[in-house]
Write a protein that binds this ligand. Structure first.
Ligand code: ZN
Length: 367
């Protein structure tokens, strides 16, 4: 194995052009590390926020776990946290994984394993956990260091590129649809941002759970593809425009039982207006930083529940891989691109370009 690899390094905070493809040393695993040969790394919107400087700090978990007084993100940095690949080396303290294993990783590692949240299956809230591609180098590279606490084996029948979507694209929607919303057969589910990396899987999961699915998307072309994934109705609307009248028209004036909002403040007011009595509003994402006017009377009179569905845990990643193995969900990949196209991909996502599902970087390993 070569001692050098290709990695997309950001050398400053700013536009996509702060990233360059570079030759750097292959990282050497410490006792608790696992070195993974990257098969694929999805591009999350969070990567854009780290790159443009919106997120400039190391996570609290990293600082606590590393007892590290530095707060700023170290540059240069390799982004990327949605990773699957093959293990090529394991640290001396690692158990349960070996060279040659095919694995997928959570975006986090460093879970302590003994806090209240780790002990109760809510390790996403562990104060010691920290982020790959933010606190340490990530997966826009030939190789990346990952940790056993955030890793699971990929079943033989599942393609590693598709497996890279398990943790951060499919996992969050399993939590939202199954655990938080607890969608029941016959209910109506509204999903905003339905053509994005999370939405395309949310549509499939809600349909699979027996719901009638109303998807909100931004173009007619995407609407067609969402119908093919199982959406019963698709409302085409530009971002920031009210779609609640259409939702009410499609539901005989009653509204939806579950509203899953992946967009945030730009869509949430319209989700609230789309809800039936006793509806559950599930907030999965915030793609901006806006705020909304909330009339408590609406929540009260409609008997609404407003719930957060936070980051996925290992259990959601495992469930996602099982669904992929059985063909019960399709991993929706917009495009598979070489590392050389990371800058172009960021431009496309930032400009609100035509993306359906996840853009995935696939290293060529020819460093
Ligand atoms: Zn913990």
């Amino acid at each position: 194995m070569s001692t050098l690899m290709q990695a997309v390094r950001m050398t400053d905070f700013g536009g996509p052009e702060v990233m360059q493809l570079s030759q750097v040393p292959v990282p050497v695993p410490g006792p608790g590390d696992i070195l993974m040969r990257v098969a694929a790394c999805g591009i999350d919107r969070k990567d854009l926020l780290v790159r443009n400087g919106t997120i400039r700090k190391k996570s609290v978990g990293y600082r606590a776990a590393a007892n590290d007084a530095r707060t700023g993100i170290d540059l240069p940095l390799t982004l990327g946290a949605e990773i699957a690949g093959t293990i090529v080396a394991v640290g001396s303290a690692v158990h349960g994984f070996k060279v040659g294993d095919r694995v997928a990783s959570l975006p986090r590692r460093g879970h302590c394993g003994v806090c209240l949240y780790c002990h109760t299956g809510r390790s996403e809230s562990c104060a010691s956990a920290w982020f790959i591609g933010q606190d340490a180098d990530g997966g826009y590279a030939d190789y990346v260091l990952v940790g056993p606490d955030g890793l699971c084996h990929v079943p033989d029948g599942v393609d590693l590129v598709e497996a890279s979507l398990a943790a951060a694209c499919i996992g969050p929607m399993i939590r939202a649809v199954r655990d938080v919303a607890q969608v029941r057969i016959g209910e109506t589910v509204l999903i905003t941002g339905a053509s994005g990396g999370l939405g395309v899987h949310g549509v499939q999961l809600a349909k699979g759970a027996g719901a009638r699915v109303i998807a909100v998307a931004s173009s007619a072309a995407k609407a067609e593809r969402l119908r093919a994934l199982g959406a019963d109705e698709v409302i085409v609307v530009t971002r920031g425009h009210d779609f609640s009248e259409q939702v009410l028209a499609l539901t005989g004036g009653r509204g939806v039982d579950v509203g899953i909002d992946i967009v945030g403040a730009a869509a949430l007011p319209f989700v609230l207006r789309s809800m039936a009595l006793y509806g559950r509003v599930i907030i999965v994402g915030e793609t901006g930083s806006g705020k909304i006017d909330l009339r408590p009377a609406i929540v009260l009179l409609r008997r609404l529940q407003i719930l957060a569905s936070y980051a996925p845990g290992v259990t959601h990643m495992v469930a996602a891989l099982q669904l992929l193995e059985r063909g019960q969900i399709r991993a929706i990949i917009d495009s598979r691109r070489p590392l050389e196209e990371a800058v172009q991909a960021h431009h496309l996502m930032e400009s609100g370009g035509d993306v359906f599902g996840r853009i995935v970087l696939v290293p060529s390993h020819d460093a």
